[in-house]
Design a binder for this molecule. Sequence first.
Ligand code: ADP
Ligand code: MG
Length: 299
Amino acid sequence: MSIEVQNISKSYGTQKALDKVSFSVKKGEIVGFLGPNGAGKSTLMKILTTYLNADEGVAKVNCYDVNEAQIEVQQSVGYLPEHNPLYLDLYIREYLAFNADVYKVAKSRIEEVIELTGLTPESHKKIGQLSKGYRQRVGLATALLHNPEVLILDEPTTGLDPNQLVEIRNVIKNVGKDKTVFLSTHIMQEVEAICDRVIIIDQGKIVTDKKLDKLVAEEKEQIIEVEFDKVITNETLSTLANLKAYQNNGNNLWLLTFNTEEDMRPSIFDFAQANGLKTLQISLKSKNLEQIFREKTKK
Ligand code: ADP
Ligand code: MG
């Protein structure tokens, strides 16, 4: 396992930021850590990168315990903090050289990370002259200097414009090909764009931990609104295939929930005919991942 978290809790004074959080991330996975603001994402990432101690629980990165082997953990992880501090007066190469010294990394690695993060066209500039998107690339390049096994990226695309956002996502996907990536975001689409798996945290607790394709398949209920021309009994209605729930919305208007991805509208049409009814209207009201996220994290 690249990341193992067991029963981690953390409070700031009386405020519980993490409440018995457990999960693990396999080598090579790209996992999205999704949650609304204040959910506890940054707190957990600081614990995983040894910047903060947990009150209880065990956390390991690359099999090293964050309490017992801090140096090894730091060598194993590349961390892009939420508000990444950069020295605006330094040239990109100067800044990377400074960090290469800190990490005791060969200078030849600097050109490699510049290339990897697509910094080449801007690489002659001072950090202060760069757009927010390119500054994030400098942060990523820094995190990659010591060629860590695991990348921990705290909201890497927050504050970027739509073009920069797409570009940084591509950079992350690219560098993530041979690394384990654990990245936080509050945007569901971001998880869809980059990740294999999503872990949703809300108010310090994990509420979902699933492969993305599984989440969609399991959660993608199909909701159909249908109006029949006559009264229909619950008994008759419940003979509809794949029906999970139904609700009468007045007169002969029904909201039907199916647990299938197959379009049920033709079946409803046939069902009506077979039972001597007519359908006055049928409309699909499907959920998307964004709705799933809101449902999982609503107060
Ligand atoms: P996220 O990154 O998901 O937005 P955080 O981990 O930053 O969430 O914060 C989780 C909770 O802990 C929030 O309610 C936040 O206000 C609180 N918190 C975070 N850092 C501190 C701190 N240094 N002192 C007090 N409370 C904090
Ligand atoms: Mg945060």
